[in-house]
Write a protein of this length. Sequence first.
Length: 144
Amino acid sequence: MIAKTQWFQRRKYGGWGVSPKTWQAWVYMAAVTVPFVVFQSLPVWSDQIRLIGTILWLLFLLIDLIPVMIKVSASDERENKIEALAERNAAWIMMGALIIGILYQLIVSSLQQAPQVDWFLVIALTAGVLAKSISNLVLKDKNL
C-alpha cells in the first residue's frame, strides 16, 4: 500500500518487526503516529469513537506493514543464523515464563483450595509445542 520495503530494515534489537532505515520510513512513521496521537488526545470524541478509531488504525497498520515485514530479511547467511539463534533463545525464555506462570497459578490457587489455571497460557504453550513438533516433522527430510 503505502510503506515500501526498501524504507525499512529488520529490527535486530528491541523485539520483532521492522525499524526505519531511510528518511521516508521516518516520515511514514510520523504520518501514521501523529494523527493517531492527536485523535486520541482531543476530548471531543467518545470512548466508543476512540475504540473504533484505534481498531481501524491498527487494521491499517497491519495491512500496510505485514507485507513489508515479510519481505524484509537478513542480508547474509551469518545474519540469518544469528536471527535464528536469537529467535530460538527468545522462544525458550517465553516457554519458561509460561511454564512458571502456569505452575505459580496452580500452586497459589491450590493453596486456596480452588485450583485454577489460565487456559490462555496453556493454549499458548501447547501451540508452541505443536508448532515445533510439526516443523521438525516437515523439515527433517528437507535439504536445508
